[in-house]
Design a protein around this ligand. Structure first.
Ligand code: 6R9
Length: 654
C-alpha cells in the first residue's frame, strides 16, 4: 500500500477501485441549473450574506435583526426573526395561487390504495389537526411524540405541531415499546399520535399495542390520538381519542401565529451505538432555511415540473428534511410510499417511478445494493426515462453501487448526488451540485456553498490534498442542532470537545489529490492492521467491485500477529455460486485493488447482513462474530433473526 500521510492514513484513494471516471453534468441540466458555480464564490466572499439570501426565499412575519449570534458552541440564527414553518410549507403556496398543485401523491403498500393531497387539501388537513391539538390542550413548547406508519397523517401531524409551536418528536414506527417509552420520557411528551397500524410486507402490522405498552408506564401522557389505518381491532383506554372523531369535526380554518426563529421545531433521537439516545434539537428559521435551500440546490428542484421521491421513512431525519420540510417549503410535488421495495414484487419501486413519472429519486446505498443483488433485469422492465437526478444518503456509497445506480436506474444520463449529512446537521452539508460538479463515483466531493468543512488530523490541523483523517466543520451553519434536549453538557462533550472550536461529526474522511472529499463512515469503523489505518468502507468497496459480490461488510478482529485483522462478510449476487475458491478469489481481488495489507484474513459468505432499521450495517455485531464472542444487543436490528442466519454459516468460515 502507498506511503503514510500526515493524517496517518494510507493513500489508497489514488487507486481506489480503478474507477477513475468523472461524470460531467449534462449540458442542458447545467444550462438551466438553479445553482451555479457562482454560489461557491458568493458564499466564500460573504457567508452570512449568502445565508441571508437563502433565508429570504422563505416568508417571514418579521425580518431578523442579527444573522448569527455565535457563543460557541451555541448558535442562534436569524435572531429576532419570526415565521411559521407550516405557513411556509403550506399556506403561502395556496395564497400564491398554487393551491391546486399536488403536494403529495401517496402510495399505500396494498396496490391501488392511493391518496392525492393538493396544497389546498394539505392546508385544510393541517388546519383541522392544529385545531384538534389545541382542543386537547397542546400548546406552544409542549412535546408531542409521533409514532406512525408512512401515511399522510404523519406529515399532517408534524405540520400541525409546527403550526402551533408544539415540539414534535417522531419515533420510527419500527421501534419497540421500551425505546418509545424512553423517548416519551426524555422529552416529557403529553400527547402521543399514532395509528392502529400500517401495512408492511403485504399485511397489517400493528402499532397501537406497542404504544399501549409504552404509555402504561408514562403517566405524563394525557392523550393518545389514534388514526385508523388498517381497521384491525385495538384495545382502547380512557386516554385514547380517534383521529376521525376529533380531527374530522374541526374547522379547517386555523390562523398560523408567527414563532421566533429560534423556537424549537422538533426533537429527533439518534440511536447511537452506545449509551442513551440523544435528543437532537432543531429550531425554526435556520432549519427551514437550509433544508429548503439545499433541496432547491442539490436536487435542482423545479417545482412546476419535477416529481420528487425520497424513499426514506419520515421517522428518520432524511424524511423530516427531505420529505416534509424542504420539499414543502419549496412547493414541490412529492411521492410518499408506505411499504417495502419488495411488496408485492421486487419491481415495486420502479413501477412507482414509471407510474408517477418521477424525475428526482433520493434513496440509500443499502437499497441500491439490494437492487443490485436482485438483478439488473428487474429495473430494465420499467420505463424510467422521466428520471433526471439521483441522490444517495445514509452511508458511503461504494463506487460500484454508484455506477450501477447511474447505469441501471439513471440510464447513464442522470447525475448522482452523494449527499453527506447527519441528524445533527439537519440538512445536507457535503454534496455535488448536479449542474456544476463533475462527480466522482463514491465521493461526496465539496462542502456546499456556505458550509466550511475540512479533513483534519488528530491534532485538528487541516490535512493536505491526498491526506486523510477526521471530518470537521469549522463554522456554524443554519440547520445545525442547537443542543441535545435537556443536556447541554453532553452536546459540548460529544460534538465540540474533540477539536478546539470545531464540530466533530464522528466520521472519517479523505481529501483526494484534487481536494475532493470522500466520506469513510464512522471513525469507530477504521481498522488498524499492522500499523496501517484501513477503512472498512474501502475494503467493502473493493469487495463489491468484484462481479460476484452484491454486498459486503468488513470488521477488524483482534489478531495476535497484526493487531487487528480484516474479516469480511459477503452476500453474493443473485446468479453467483458459492464455490470452494470464492474466498481465495475475493482475497486476491482485494489485494490487487487496494494492496496486500488490505487482504482480508477471512471471508464469510452469508445470506444477510445485520442492519439497523435505517439501513446502516451494525458492524459491532459482526465484530462479536469475528471475535467469537456471544452476540451483543440486537434490539435495534431491523430483523433480529439475521444474526442466527449468520451464525449458522460460521462452520463454513474460510
Ligand atoms: C442523513 C443521515 C449520519 C451518519 C453520518 C455518516 C453516515 C450519511 C453519508 C454518510 C458517507 C454519505 N452518512 N450520509 N456517510 N456518505 N453520503 O443518514 O443521518 O441517520 O444521523 O446518520 O450516516 O456516518 O455520520 P443519520
Amino acid at each position: 500500500m502507498a506511503p503514510e500521510t500526515a493524517g496517518n492514513e494510507p493513500q489508497a484513494l489514488s487507486n481506489l477501485l480503478k474507477e477513475n471516471r468523472r461524470f460531467e453534468p449534462p449540458a442542458d441540466l447545467a444550462a438551466a441549473a438553479n445553482v451555479t458555480e457562482a454560489a461557491y464564490n458568493e458564499a466564500a466572499a460573504d457567508r452570512l450574506a449568502f445565508w441571508e439570501r437563502a433565508a429570504e426565499r422563505l416568508t417571514w412575519a418579521k425580518r431578523w435583526d442579527t444573522t448569527l449570534e455565535w457563543k460557541a458552541p451555541f448558535a442562534k440564527w436569524f435572531v429576532g426573526g419570526e415565521l411559521n414553518v407550516a405557513y411556509n410549507c403550506v399556506d403561502r403556496h395556496v395564497e400564491e395561487g398554487r393551491g391546486d398543485k399536488v403536494a403529495y401523491h401517496w402510495e399505500g403498500e396494498p396496490e391501488g390504495d392511493t391518496r392525492t393531497l393538493t396544497y389546498n387539501d394539505l392546508k385544510r388537513e393541517v388546519g383541522k389537526a392544529a385545531n384538534a391539538l389545541q382542543e386537547l390542550g397542546v400548546g406552544k413548547g409542549d412535546r408531542v411524540a409521533i409514532y406512525m406508519p408512512m401515511i399522510p397523517e404523519l406529515p399532517i401531524a408534524m405540520l400541525a405541531c409546527a403550526r402551533i409551536g408544539a415540539i414534535h418528536s417522531v419515533v420510527f414506527g419500527g421501534f419497540s415499546a421500551s425505546a418509545l417509552k424512553s423517548r416519551i420520557d426524555d422529552a416529557d411528551a403529553k400527547l402521543v399520535i399514532t395509528a392502529d397500524g400500517g401495512y408492511r410486507r403485504g399485511k397489517p402490522s400493528a402499532l397501537k399495542p406497542t404504544v399501549d405498552e409504552a404509555v402504561a408506564e408514562c403517566p405524563q401522557v394525557e392523550h393518545v390520538l389514534v388514526v385508523r389505518r388498517t381497521g384491525e381491532d385495538v384495545a382502547t383506554s380512557g386516554k385514547d381519542v380517534w383521529w376521525h372523531d376529533l380531527v374530522e369535526r374541526q374547522s379547517d380554518q386555523h390562523t398560523a401565529e408567527p414563532h421566533d426563529a429560534e423556537d424549537p421545531l422538533y426533537i429527533l433521537y439518534t440511536s447511537g451505538t452506545t449509551g442513551k439516545p440523544k435528543g437532537i434539537l432543531h429550531t425554526t428559521g435556520g432549519y427551514l432555511t437550509q433544508t429548503a435551500w439545499t433541496h432547491h440546490a442539490v436536487f435542482d428542484l423545479k417545482p412546476e415540473t419535477d416529481i420528487y421521491w425520497c424513499t426514506a421513512d419520515i421517522g428518520w431525519v432524511t424524511g423530516h428534511s427531505y420529505i416534509v420540510y424542504g420539499p414543502l417549503a419549496n412547493g414541490a410535488t412529492s411521492v410518499i410510499y408506505e411499504g417495502t421495495p419488495d411488496t408485492p414484487h421486487r419491481g415495486r419501486f420502479w413501477e412507482i417511478v414509471q407510474k408517477y413519472k418521477i424525475t428526482i429519486l433520493y434513496t440509500a446505498p443499502t437499497a441500491i445494493r439490494t437492487f443490485m443483488k436482485w438483478g439488473d433485469d428487474i429495473p430494465a422492465k420499467y420505463d424510467m426515462s422521466s428520471l433526471r437526478i439521483l441522490g444517495s444518503v445514509g452511508e458511503p456509497i461504494n463506487p460500484e453501487a454508484y455506477v450501477w445506480y447511474r447505469e441501471h436506474i439513471g440510464g447513464e444520463r442522470c447525475p448522482v448526488v452523494d449527499t453527506w449529512w447527519q441528524t445533527e446537521t439537519g440538512a445536507i452539508m457535503i454534496s455535488p451540485l448536479p449542474g456544476v460538479t463533475a462527480a466522482k463515483p463514491g465521493a461526496a466531493m465539496r462542502p456546499l456553498p456556505g458550509i466550511v468543512a475540512d479533513v483534519v488530523d488528530d491534532q485538528g490541523n487541516g490535512v493536505p490534498n491526498g491526506g486523510g483523517g477526521f471530518l470537521a466543520v469549522r463554522e456554524p451553519w443554519p440547520s445545525m442542532l442547537r443542543t441535545i434536549w435537556g443536556d447541554d453538557q453532553r452536546y459540548i462533550d460529544t460534538y465540540w470537545s474533540r477539536f478546539e472550536g470545531m464540530y466533530f461529526p464522528g466520521d472519517g474522511a479523505k481529501k483526494d489529490e484534487d481536494g475532493d472529499l470522500w466520506l469513510l463512515g464512522r471513525v469507530d469503523d477504521v481498522m488498524l492492521v499492522s500499523g496501517h489505518n484501513i477503512s472498512t468502507t474501502e475494503v467493502e468497496s473493493a469487495l463489491v467491485s468484484h462481479p460476484k459480490v452484491a454486498e459486503a461488510a468488513v470488521v477488524g478482529a483482534t489478531d495476535p500477529l497484526t493487531g487487528q485483522a480484516i474479516v469480511s462478510f459477503v452476500i453474493l449476487r443473485g446468479t453467483a455460486e458459492e464455490g470452494d475458491d470464492i474466498a481465495t478469489e475475493l482475497r486476491n481481488h482485494v489485494a490487487k485493488t487496494l494492496g496486500p495489507i488490505a487482504k482480508p484474513r477471512q471471508i464469510l459468505v452469508v445470506p444477510e447482513l445485520p442492519k439497523t432499521r435505517s439501513g446502516k450495517i451494525m458492524r459491532r455485531l459482526l465484530r462479536d462474530v469475528a471475535e467469537n464472542r456471544s452476540i451483543g444487543d440486537v434490539t435495534t436490528l431491523a430483523d433480529s433473526t439475521v444474526m442466527n442466519l449468520i451464525s449458522e454459516k460460521l462452520p463454513s468460515a474460510k
